[in-house]
Design a protein around this ligand. Structure first.
Ligand code: IVH
Length: 697
């Protein structure tokens, strides 16, 4: 190796080429062949040498330089990946009875009494991924994100040795494989021990450790962490060379993907129950965390017939394991004030390990719950945690109650703002009446407004919202969109006087901020000045309106203007007709729009942001789109439920009776009065096959 300080440009170029080739070879050996031939130290030495040369001769930096690949911070942030086929979640069940009703529901939908075959698969507690292959070559990796848009983690996934970089043999041109990235229990404990020694942050559980390791901008950090994965489903495909979930697993194995050895084929319901018991028995001994078992209808044809609800398939469900429990003591009870003013009592606990996670707080839900369970400060209690939910106090161990335990007096005044906290009749919750004058509520609303499923504004984390609120920089969501103009424009030239008198926030002068981070924040805000309708509705933080309800409203109203007008006029007819929105929810929505300050905030917001009309994903480009259809008689190829789902998916409306507004009547066997009426009104009558061909089948 030539000495760095005397090296010529020519020598440097040659050496950089050599290093690039060498490290590319080492990468293949490491990532693809599982046979590294360089030690970590040798690898790092090459990397360092390349870096030195690049500093000396920046114009010689190669396109294929190792500094641009794994280990290099090439991106400011994760790029977004549009998922062609959304990544959905699963409905949960918790008991054997629910297995029976899950299977019964499927049989009813399909109109059969026969046994349905399933796959029963451990539910890995990790982070789901999508790996895209084009002509057998791994080209892109993504997280699930919000299900429709994920984060680009291509380079991070590449560092996981067990993910094939290239698939041999016959594969679909476009093949997206999905599964779960996880960290084994052993690797998790080792990582935490190392972090403890180095004074770094500890992870609460293997799942968090896996997520923290995978979602790293610098993929060399991912590489250092030991991650593993299991493949279990698919996304976009150019063709589908398998007929069932079990055949899919066979192919996955042939292609070199890790699949869970405890996946089991189940010919009937009894076997699902047995699988649950068996898995629960070996749960603690598995080298990785699982939080339940997933049952999937095996046949792909049946999966397709069963289809999807809003966010979950009808053909699969997750049977969750019971929560894990531990005994500890309540050190204190305090009150948290939420976004909607609800006062929630929280117990500060003596920290305790519950199934591998250190728990130091638990929710006590509300006033009645404390009374009902007779929970006192100083009590010994059983706490439990299940999945992502906040730990809960299950019961008090009365026999261990100490004489100095203290009863908790629920406050009637908001501890955050001093306003009255009122409990309406029939309500379990006591609420602060301070509205937006209560700092806790205002701050929580702002946090909600910028959160991931709402405006998703990166750079406005919880801490910053709190600081900005307390300093009066942000008081209402509208203020977010005036931040940039309030920040003060840069003073041109060296006009010292102008610089002195110009006022403005000058966020770039704050501790921990710089020009770049302020610019990034403003860019992030500007990007959000156009927003989808469901996100906007959700962001408003209306009581009871979560993401699913926001979507329903968006789908049924199409535009914010129409929705708001109806609400302001107290016009709830259309709202109540939406399947999934009940009276109490409708009330909360109308109440929200009754409040003058809410209306004002929304109006001011609409001056700053453009809310897109909702584009429905239903296929309206079909002969049935916009038509009203009525089914009558016994259908032979599908059940009513299935036929109805098909019609809706094709943009049709399904009515229960025939009128002059009916476009088609679909007639099955033994049709009665409806068919007669259709003939009288001269409405076109279709056979089942004719209907199917209109749906493109
Ligand atoms: S199938 C439409 N199979 O559980 C089917 N998911 O609550 C979608 N998960 O987001 C998923 N193990 O992250 C499936 N064997 C398995 C799984 C599994 C873990 C996770 C996955 C998913 C979540 C659903």
């Amino acid at each position: 190796m030539a000495e760095t300080d005397t090296i010529t440009e020519e020598q440097a170029a040659a050496e950089m080429a050599r290093i690039a080739a060498e490290m590319a070879r080492a990468d293949i050996a490491y990532y693809q062949n599982d046979a590294p031939y360089l030690t970590d130290a040798e690898y790092d030495a090459l990397k360092l040498r390349n870096q030195q040369l690049e500093e000396l001769f920046p114009h010689l930096i190669r396109d294929d330089s190792p500094s641009k690949k794994v280990g290099a911070k090439v991106r400011d942030d994760f790029a977004k990946v549009e998922l062609k086929v959304p990544m959905l979640s699963l409905a949960n069940i918790f008991s054997y009875e629910e297995i029976d009703s899950f299977v019964a529901g499927i049989r009813r939908f399909l109109g059969t009494d026969e046994d349905i075959a399933f796959m029963a698969e451990p539910k890995i507690d990790g982070l789901s991924f999508n790996a895209r292959y084009e002509k057998g070559v791994f080209v892109q990796g993504s997280t699930r994100g919000d299900g429709a848009t994920g984060e680009d983690i291509t380079e991070n996934l590449r560092t996981i040795k067990s993910l094939p970089q290239k698939i041999e043999g016959k594969v679909p041109d476009i093949l997206e494989i999905r599964g779960e990235v996880y960290m084994s229990k052993t690797d998790f404990f080792a990582l935490n021990e190392k972090n403890l020694r180095e004074g770094k942050k500890l992870f609460a559980n293997p799942r968090n450790a896996a997520a923290g390791s995978l979602r790293q901008l610098d993929a060399s950090i991912t590489r250092e962490r030991k991650l593993s994965l299991f493949a279990y489903t698919w996304g976009e495909l150019s063709e589908i060379p398998w007929q069932s979930q079990s055949e899919f697993f066979d192919l996955l194995k042939r292609w070199g993907f890790p699949t869970n050895p405890n996946n089991r084929f189940c010919p009937d319901t009894e076997c699902l129950k047995q699988s649950y018991t068996d898995l629960l028995a070996i749960r603690a001994d598995l080298p990785y965390d699982i939080d339940g078992i997933v049952y999937k209808v095996n046949s792909r044809a049946l999966q397709e017939r069963l289809g999807y609800l809003t966010r979950t398939p009808r053909w699969a469900t997750a049977h969750k394991f019971p929560a894990e429990r531990a005994i500890t003591r309540i050190n204190n009870i305090r009150i948290q004030v939420g976004r909607t003013g609800a006062l929630t009592p929280v117990a500060d606990l003596e920290p305790v390990n519950v199934g591998g996670v250190i728990v130091s707080h638990a929710t006590l839900h509300n006033e009645d719950e404390i009374k009902r369970k007779d929970i006192r400060i100083g009590d010994s209690v059983i706490v439990q945690r299940a999945g992502d939910v906040i730990p809960q106090v299950v019961e008090v161990l009365k026999e261990k109650r100490r004489p100095d335990s203290v009863e908790f007096k629920f406050p009637e005044i908001c501890p955050e703002c001093g306003a009255h906290a009122i409990r309406e009749e029939d309500e379990a919750v006591r609420r602060c009446t301070g509205g937006l004058t209560c700092p806790a509520q205002a701050i929580e609303r702002l946090k909600h407004f910028v959160s991931r499923e709402a405006f998703d504004i990166e750079g406005l984390g919880s801490k910053i919202i709190e600081q900005f609120y307390n300093e009066g920089i942000l008081r209402s969501p509208v203020d977010i969109f005036t931040l940039e103009e309030r920040n003060g424009s840069p003073v041109r030239g060296d006009d010292l006087f102008a610089a002195l008198v110009q006022n403005g926030l000058h966020l770039e002068r704050r501790d921990g901020w710089g020009k770049k981070s302020v610019e990034n924040l403003f860019n992030a805000i500007r990007e959000r000045t156009t927003i989808s309708l469901p996100r906007f509705i959700y962001a408003l933080g209306i009581r009871q309106v979560g993401t699913a309800t926001a979507r329903l409203i968006a789908k049924n109203y199409g535009s914010f203007g129409i929705f708001m007008q109806d609400m302001v006029n107290g016009e709830t007819q259309k709202l109540l007709e939406i399947d999934g929105i009940g009276e109490s929810m409708a009330n909360d929505i109308v109440e929200f729009f009754k409040e003058e300050h809410n209306k004002n905030t929304v109006r001011l917001l609409l001056e700053k942001v453009k809310v897109e009309d909702f584009i429905d994903t239903t296929d309206y480009n079909t002969p049935l789109a916009g038509k009203t259809v009525v089914f009558t008689g016994t259908l032979e190829k599908m059940t009513r439920a299935e036929a109805k789902a098909k019609a809706l998916g094709n943009g049709a409306k399904v009515a229960g009776s025939v009128s002059k507004n009916t476009d088609y009547v679909i007639e099955g066997a033994d049709a009665g009065s409806k068919a007669k009426k259709a003939r009288e009104l001269e409405i076109p009558i279709l056979t089942e096959d004719e209907f199917l061909s209109l749906t493109g089948q």
